[in-house]
Design a protein around this ligand. Structure first.
Ligand code: PLP
Length: 522
């Protein structure tokens, strides 16, 4: 057996001998060691002739010991990565109900468009005269993002939601500085249910974070915001629909209070999937909002691809938008030339990243928008909300909900009240879902809900798929009621890796892998 360090999660360690096969594989599900355990340090996959003696010009910089990379043949290397990929759960493998993450289907048409040579093979350093089509696509996407959100401008370059938050908050910071209030407006209000990136973003650029408590119904109370709003408040960072899956029904009033106090309204738009085509953040009083193209507009994420987090800005913040941006002509105008404005001008706070953002994601998002049309995107939002409520209603006789049986938006939130006294936790329940072939929902988030289970089925699941998912969760819930704790406590029983001993991992972490074969020079 290979020497596998720091990984007490294999079949034999938690399940005893009966679940072991000779190879460690389970059927066609291959066990896979680290590449350093498969390959050998003293072999190579290719034969290269020993070079004729030559004078090295590296001097004292020449490496004196072995580099320590494992040698594998091409088939060994290919198998290693294919096997690893098969251990990975993905939206293409099954339902992926991670709340807040919006793991929806990535249409293959988008992939095809992104691979068109005119998009896929262009380079950011090419002369702009040779990438007019790419710039036109960026301009068109920017136009539709502004249109859909009812805002004034958009910064396309942020590369993820959190990066977009940073961009929006930097625009707010620049606007505050321009008004000469940099020394006084130091506080950012963040509701308790916020995604961790919100307070992290505010803190990173030097703001002091102050929490806004949630009401009993899971939404923000404008009276609490009014109490906190004042000359030292720079902005609020509010998610809508919020991370409890609820629409902040007082959002317009909250915006009014902040604006009256001279502060800005940053909206975390990660949950835009629930309201596209139904409500425009600009109409609600939002000043800046990031859009996760990888959530709302179906571009791949997780292990599947880079994110993209364009930020839409209100007229109050538009002047502070970062560079670069596309300029020139009207969309559809014949013979126009587009330019990419790269150098800072006016009040812009600078740039967020090298170049212009994630071109591949822009193409995919544009393809999604054009193939759905305005009515199709509105329908997607409606179906996302319908699916979440279907799941909620089909489970709420067995699972408990923190905010009563209120209609939700695109995600259904349960807590662990129903597990009380059973000895089974949200984590145990989630691990048992893995045995049933489901990626668990988001757990223990939002933090304001005890033992939270946040389920977001998305619009791209069929009723049949939802029914099977619901019946599976009901079966598990009945199992809890019958006291069948072994189904939960040791789970997952059937996955290639067993449950991590969390305590041991935290107390005595093995953070360093030591080579099986000594390196030649040691
Ligand atoms: C996903 C998410 C973010 C962060 O977006 P990334 O693209 O992962 O950086 C922020 N807020 C909420 C509510 C989210 O769901």
């Amino acid at each position: 057996m290979l020497n596998q360090q720091g990984r007490p999660t294999r079949a034999e360690s938690s399940q005893g001998q009966e679940s072991r096969s000779f190879t460690g594989n389970r059927g066609l599900q291959m066990d896979e060691p680290l590449i350093f355990e498969t390959g050998r340090l003293d072999v190579t996959g290719v034969d290269i002739e020993t070079p004729a003696p030559f004078a090295s010009r590296l001097g004292h910089l020449a490496r004196s010991s072995e580099i320590g990379l494992p040698g594998l043949t091409e088939p060994e290397a290919v198998r290693h990565y294919v096997r690893l990929s098969q251990l990975n759960y993905s939206i293409d493998a099954g339902l992926y109900p991670l709340g807040s993450c919006t793991m929806k289907h990535n249409p293959r048409l988008n992939e095809k468009m992104a691979r068109l040579p005119g998009f896929g093979d262009i380079h950011p350093l090419q002369p702009v005269s040779t990438v007019q089509g790419g710039l036109e696509l960026m301009q068109m996407l920017a136009h539709w993002l502004i249109e859909m959100t009812g805002m004034s401008a958009v910064a396309m370059s942020p590369k993820a939601g959190a990066h977009g938050e940073l961009c929006g908050m930097m625009a707010i910071k620049a606007a505050i500085a321009a008004k000469g209030e940099a020394g006084t407006r130091k506080v950012v209000l963040v509701p308790e249910s916020a995604h961790g990136t919100n307070p992290a973003t505010a803190a990173l650029i030097g703001f002091e974070v102050r929490a806004v408590p949630a009401r009993d119904d899971g939404t923000v109370d404008p009276a609490e915001v009014a109490k906190l709003a004042g000359p030292e408040v720079a902005a609020i960072m509010l998610t809508n629909p919020n991370t409890c899956g609820l629409f902040e029904r007082d959002i317009v009033e909250i915006a009014r209070i902040l604006h009256a106090a001279g502060a800005y309204f940053y909206c975390d738009g990660a949950n835009f999937n629930a309201i596209v085509g139904k409500a425009r953040p600009g109409d609600l009083g939002v000043d800046a909002m990031h859009i996760n193209l990888h959530k709302t507009f179906s571009t791949p994420h997780g292990g599947g691809g880079p994110g993209s987090g364009p930020v839409v800005l209100s007229a109050r913040l538009a002047d502070y938008a970062p560079v670069p941006f596309v300029r020139g002509g009207q969309a559809g105008e014949k013979g126009r030339t587009l330019e990419l404005v790269e150098t800072q001008e006016g009040a812009s706070f600078g740039r967020m990243s090298a170049f212009h953002g994630q071109m591949g994601m822009f193409v995919r998002a544009m393809s999604y928008m054009l193939s759905h049309g305005a009515d199709g995107m509105r329908q997607a939002s409606e179906d996302a909300v319908l699916n979440a409520n279907y799941v909620r209603v089909c489970l709420n006789d067995l699972l408990s909900s923190p905010f009563g049986k209120r209609t939700c938006m695109h995600e259904a939130l349960f807590d662990d009240e129903w597990l009380k006294g059973t000895g089974i936790t949200t984590l145990d329940f989630a691990k048992a879902m893995i045995d049933e072939g489901y990626h668990p929902m988001t757990m223990y988030f939002p933090l304001v809900v005890h033992g939270a289970m946040l389920i977001e089925p998305t619009e791209s699941e069929s009723k049949a798929a939802l029914d099977l998912f619901i019946m599976t969760l009901r079966d598990l819930a009945f199992s809890v009621q019958r006291g069948e704790s072994e189904r939960f406590l040791g789970a997952p029983h059937f996955a290639p890796r067993k449950r991590l001993d969390e305590t041991r991992a935290a107390r005595t972490p093995v953070l360093r892998w030591t080579p099986r074969l000594p390196l030649a020079a040691e």
